[in-house]
Structure formats: C-alpha cells, structure tokens
Design a protein around this ligand. Sequence first.
Ligand code: N01
Length: 534
Amino acid sequence: MGKDNIEDVDIVVIGAGFSGMYAIHRLRNQFNVLCFEAGDGVGGTWYWNRYPGARVDIVSLEYSYGFDDALQQEWHWPEYFSAQPELERYANHVADRFNLREHIRFSNPVERLRFDAGSNRWHVHTARGDHVVCRYVIAATGSLFASNTPDWPGREKFKGQVLHTTQWPREGMDLAGKRVGLIGTGSTGIQAAPIIAEQAEHLHVFQRTPAFTMPSGNRPLDAEYEQAWKQAYPQRRKQMLNTWGASLIEYPTLSAHDCTPEERDRILENAWNSKNAFQLQLAFNDVMTDLAANKYVVEFAHRKIRQIVKDPEVAELLCPKTYPIGGKRLCIGNGYYEMFNRPNVTLVDVKSAPIVEFTENGLRTTRKSYDLDVIILATGFDALTGALTRIDIEGLDHVKLADKWKDGPTTYLGSMVAGFPNLFMIHGPMTPAAQAQMITTGEWQVNWTAGIIEAMERDGCTRIDTTQDAERAWADEVDAAAGATVHRFADSWYNGRNIDGKKGGFMIYIGGFPRFADTCINAIANNHEGFVRV
Ligand code: N01
C-alpha cells in the first residue's frame, strides 16, 4: 500500500472469467497479480448467464482448460454439452484447486483506468473505491459481457418485472401461472423459450429476425468417448489449436455443388440429426463462402421448420429469409420449433409491427398491446467493445478509448490499441473470439501475452505500445478474411449492426486460429514487429 492508500502491484487482471482466471494462474508466480471482478463469483459468461436452458454448444471435453493435465484427467463432464450450472461448478473447482480467490476482489468492477506516461503505470479505480497502480493491465473482460437493453420508453410504468437474461436470479424464478414476454430470438432466447413455455401460463415470443436453429444433440457423456479423449488429451489439445476453430469437429471437404440433389439431401438430413452442434453449417465446405451452396442449406432448414411447426403462418414467420445460414451465429435449440405447437405459446412479429413502449400492463407494439407479468430481454450484447468502452479508459494524451473507437474498434492482433500502452486484451475485438473455442484459445492468448510481459522484464523495457500503421494492417487482414464469407450479408453482433448506431466493420478475425496464432508468434519473433517498446 503506497501513499493515499494507493496499492502498487505488477499486473491488474480485469475479469475472473475463464481467461482471467488462467491469467492469474499463469502469471502469479513471477508477478504480483490482482484481479477485479464485477460479479460475486468466478466464471464470467458462465456466472452471468444463468437463464433457464443456458448450455454450451461445444463438447465439454474440448471446452475446458488444458493447462493442467491432472485437472483434465480428473474432471468428469456428465454431458457432451454442459449446462450453465456444471460450467460454473467447474470454474469454482478451478478457483479453489489453484487458490485463485486470494488474488480476486469480487463485486468490485473496474470503473476507470488512466495511464500515467511519466511512470509508465496504469491507475486503476474500482466501484468500491480501490485505487491501484500497476505496470500492466490484462483486460479479460469477455466478448459478451455488456448487455444490450433497448430503451423503449415507459419502463417505470410497467407493474411487472423486467430483466435481461444476464440478470437471472441465482435462486431461479417461479414463472408458474405467469404471462411471460420474451424479446429476442438469438442463441439465448432460443435456449430459454422452450423451458419457460413449460412453466408459464402463456409465453409470447417477440421476434424481430428469425434465427436458423438446429437440434443440440446433447446427451450423457459416453464413457468410451471420455476415455479416448483422456488417453490422448495433450495431443488432442495441440491438434485443436491447428484447426480453424480450435475444435476437433469435422471440417467438411465436399462442395455442395459436387453431389446430386439426393446426396445433398441425405448429407443435410444426417447433419440435422447428427449429434454435433453446427453440423448444418459444416455440411459442405462452401456453405460459408458461396451463396448458391448456402441456399441449398437454407432451403433444407426451411423445409424442416415447415415440417415441425403445424401452423403454416407461424412456420413462415420462423423461416429466416433475409440472410444466409451461418451469416449470424447458428443457434442450437432444444425443442424450439416444436414449442410453437403448444397452445400457450404465441409468436409475435415485431419486424412488421415494432415494440413502441412499455405500458402499465405489458408492452405495446405498433399493432397491439400485450398484457404480461414478466418481460425477459434476450436482446443480446454490445459485443466485443462494450465491456471496455463502458470503462472510462484514458491512454496517452488523455485520449479515451471510447472516443478512439467511436467509428469502430482498432487493434493490433486484437491484443493492443495504439496509445494505450501496457494494456492487453484477451479475446479482444479482432481476435478469433467466439469463432474459435474460447477456453483453449483464451489460454493460448494468455500464454502469448505472458510471453510479451516476460520479454519486457528480461529486456529491461517499461512501456510497450502498438502503432496506427500496425492497427491498419491488421484491420485489412480482418476485413479480407470476413469479406470472403457470407457474414457480410447479415447484421449481427459480429459486425455491431445488432446495436443501433454502433459503427465499425466485422469485429472478429475469421482467417482461422492457426493463421492468427502464427501471425502473433511471428510478430514477436520478428523483433516485436508492430509493437514499440521502450
Ligand atoms: O444475442 P443475439 P444472444 N427489438 O444478439 C433481438 C453466445 N451464446 O444473447 O436479430 C426486438 O444473438 C435480436 O433481433 P435482431 C453466442 O455466441 C451462446 O441470443 O437483431 N428485438 C435477436 O433476436 C450468441 O451469438 C450460447 O433483429 C431485438 C436477439 O434480440 C451470443 O451469445 C447461448 C431488439 C439478440 O440475439 C449472443 O446471443 C447463448 C429490439 N430492439 C448465447 N434488440 C451457446 O453456447 C435486439 N433484439 C449455445
């Protein structure tokens, strides 16, 4: 503790999600590390998103830490795709097993960061009044942390309860006998809706844009499958990092154009029934790059929706027709389309008649009023940038990060921002982020960042920054990779077009994880190319 109760540490980590927790573990033997966490527990995404049905759609044996072989050997995942409580339990186990809590201050979000150019130190101010000075900040703030809550007027008038899916109470909610309105039909809304429909008296699903959804295929973990993974864990972890999405799912080699219509349908039917999430998008090697190939899959998905949903008008509304499949994130459901055959579920199209306001008794659209007891906002996130721009971050020459990013994020390798020295991001804008398996790639990014910090110490440097030229060159790479895919035809959190007025281009690097990792490694090997060290 220094003067005026200012504490002095080497590294501040922001966020005790999976990457932040690993950053503490990785660095604490060499450095004095302190982590600030907004929540009262560990787990990040899997701490905040405890809405009914929250479940990962990547095989848990992959979607878990690889840094400690005893941990991955001993931990048992009961299901292929773990539900939120299991992921939170795992995060807590890791925090206890590796004594991470002693480095974490909970319920204490960082509110302000200011770089002092004279001392090359960051001043960190938190909601609870902590003031810490440190040499490096690692922002492990998550891609999907800052919630998006549309500002329809009249919220104070509504007599019922309104909550975003990230605010679900730990003790759950009793929705029996309640008239529930669920706004939003992305991955979250689609997971939550069928479970809410089973409890509520009536569920109104307010849909602006339908999403493509395929069945999850979740099931209890097969013992042989688990054993095969555990026998080869270290090799498999390495293999994962050599694949496009850092996952051992099967990547297709066949073009949709290279088969007969019958073969195509058979492959798509197998994909739909497969036990792997995302298989529909991975049915052919050109679904994500060629609109004609993509159209086959879109038509197949439409046929499935029309087969499942009995009311033809509802089925038509549920068929996505304004963007290619995979353009937005493919959603993984559990009885989502079937749910619309229930008498207590109504689909409300808020594209043709948008929501106007909250009323005393519910919601009003331009067409009609709806009486509701509970309104659930599954309206997504100010993704990738929101977690950082909502902190008051001031770099060199008093420039604020939110101002620097007002026309969209600029980063070098998704890791640093010019003018904000000694501040590193994990899963920042323009990394592969959620387009690659985030726990394993988060570990990778933490290791790479730790290497940069260790080299600073070794070489006697006190400041590392990047340049606007490096940022521009990286932006060109990010754009080129995205421009080659069907993502450009969809509005989504990937490009910020899910938020009114948010500017910028595609915010995720989708050139594949191996290429991203090579670029990062080569930059360091090439005399810290793109960085400036003093
Ligand atoms: O958020 P979203 P999410 N009026 O942005 C609607 C990950 N995740 O929380 O499409 C009316 O996808 C919006 O409509 P539109 C995953 O990466 C993973 O569902 O913008 N509606 C949309 O329907 C995912 O991609 C898992 O027209 C409004 C919805 O709200 C990411 O998190 C599970 C509106 C938001 O959908 C985000 O998913 C859950 C308005 N003003 C999440 N504003 C798994 O691993 C927004 N909407 C399985």
